[in-house]
Design a protein around this ligand. Structure first.
Ligand code: HAM
Length: 450
């Protein structure tokens, strides 16, 4: 009987592991450059954590079951609820703003397809304790720079910025209450993938005869791409009193956010797009998603503000904003742009030995070279000289250290530069001092004994 892995779960052969490490090292490096600290949380959580907190869409995709103690549990589909709990529990002792990141695997029972698997990695980056738009802008810059770090440019991806607060103001101006607004936003979230007639039908169920004019209004709003257009749209909304003041303040926050991104020199990546509303239940203000520039394919990353979640999970009032980037769509994009490097896993040094007597000395030297960080390999079983040499050449190693009887009798070994063919003899006792220079400069084909 043959066992196969489950649909949507990947097996990571060494090649794939190298690629994964490459992605993770870029994510980690950018997060550190922005001075974020790494944290982690459990992979298995109480099911309750995701019910209501994450919203219908994710709850419908949970890997959940009852554990042996009768607890209802779920594999984490996302990090945000766990993170909000962690931060909430220590909120008083944490220095603000809290800037944390994580790289971890997440699980969603989705139909496996291009860009979507059932187990995938996310790079989660979040800021807590800062309510102003500078925190949103900082994360937007971090997101852009992490994609840039892979060689992607403004012709390759865009970050689409939207705002749930503006949406709620617009919906309030239509006379919709909170519950109806949530339903309408659920429809707006799917608008791009939905036929107009179907959208109209769904909106009619909530808005009755107003649905057609409302959909026209939505279409006008979602096609705005410049701030002047957005400002004009918002200023024309029939808002009064506190709502009018809220709209004015919101536009000032938009201005501050965009000035920040502009000052960082990253404005070319930012696109206003109110068509983004985000499916997750906890978002409150600015929301954003990164996509391939053509707009095709699934999102590379998504996030936004969630100022109420920490409190909902038992913590104090604590503003929060963050995003997560997935590895699946990112790798697809890097592959399509030929931006994935060729990974080589070659040793620095391969040891070639004449016979069993030389092996002991070779093992001793290999251990001391490895102890200081060289990547050293040798055959695990005795082999003929020719076969060992062929393997050393095929390994891609830079140098062969040859343990021959005559050289060893003189307390020396022969070093061969496998690229140039140059050779020299060095004393075993000098190996650690001599190798760094050899590795830096190589050996010329006509280099003699040193
Ligand atoms: P999300 O939009 O559900 O947000 O996921 C973020 C990213 O994770 C997506 O843009 C995508 O790249 C990747 N992703 C999601 N589902 C899958 C899947 N089935 N297969 C492959 N990749 C996938 C969140 O998860 C929020 N918790 C992000 C956040 C952090 N908001 C605030 N802080």
């Amino acid at each position: 009987m043959q066992f196969e892995s489950l649909p949507g779960f990947r097996e990571f052969y060494p090649e794939a592991c190298r690629l994964r490490n490459y992605i993770f090292s870029h994510w980690r490096k950018v997060a550190r450059c922005y001075c974020f600290s790494e944290y982690d949380a459990p992979v298995l959580e109480p099911l309750e954590l995701y019910i209501e907190k994450s919203g219908e869409e994710i709850v419908g995709q949970l890997f959940n079951f009852e554990d042996r103690g009768g607890r209802a549990v779920a594999l984490r589909p996302e990090m945000t609820p766990s993170l909000a709990r962690l931060v909430g529990a220590k909120a008083n002792s944490l220095k603000r703003p809290v800037k944390w990141f994580n790289i971890g695997e997440h699980y969603r029972y989705e139909r496996p397809q291009k860009g979507r698997l059932r187990a995938f990695y996310q790079f989660n980056v979040d800021i807590f304790g800062e309510a102003g738009p500078a925190a949103d802008a900082e994360l937007i810059c971090l997101l852009i720079q992490s994609l840039q770090s892979f060689g992607l440019g403004e012709a390759d991806f865009k970050l689409r910025l939207s705002d749930r607060d503006l949406w709620l103001l617009m919906l309030a101006s239509e006379g919709l209450d909170e519950a109806a607004s949530a339903k309408v936003l659920g429809i707006v979230d799917k608008l791009e993938r939905m036929e107009r007639a179907k959208a109209l039908e769904s909106l009619s169920a909530i808005l009755g005869e107003q649905a057609e004019s409302f959909l026209g209004q939505v279409e006008r709003l979602t096609t705005i791409r410049d701030f002047a257009g957005l400002r004009a749209f918002v200023e024309a909304l029939p808002l009064e009193g506190a709502r009018q003041e809220a709209a004015r303040q919101r536009l000032a926050e938009w201005t501050a956010l965009m000035e920040h991104v502009e000052a960082a020199g990253l404005m070319a990546f930012l696109q206003i797009d109110l068509g983004i509303v985000r499916g997750l239940a906890y978002y409150t203000g600015f929301v954003f998603e990164a996509f391939e520039a053509s707009g095709e394919g699934r999102a590379l990353a998504g996030g936004g503000r969630y100022d109420a979640l920490v409190k909902k999970l038992g913590g104090p009032e604590m503003p929060a904003v963050g995003f997560a980037m997935g590895d699946v769509t990112l790798i697809d994009l890097l592959e399509s742009k030929a931006l994935l490097p060729k990974f080589v896993d070659a040793p620095d040094i391969v040891i070639v030995m004449v016979g069993a007597d030389e092996r002991k000395l070779a093992l001793l030297d290999a251990a001391s070279l490895r102890a200081v960080g060289y990547q050293v390999n040798y055959p695990l079983k005795e082999q003929g000289f020719g076969k060992q040499f062929k393997a050393a050449n095929q390994s891609g190693a830079r140098f062969a250290l040859i343990y021959g009887t005559d050289e060893l009798a003189r307390g020396a070994v022969k070093v061969k530069d496998l690229t140039s063919g140059g050779e020299c003899e060095i004393r075993r006792s000098d190996l650690l001092q001599t190798l760094p220079e050899l590795i830096e400069h190589g050996l010329m084909a006509d280099d003699g004994a040193r």
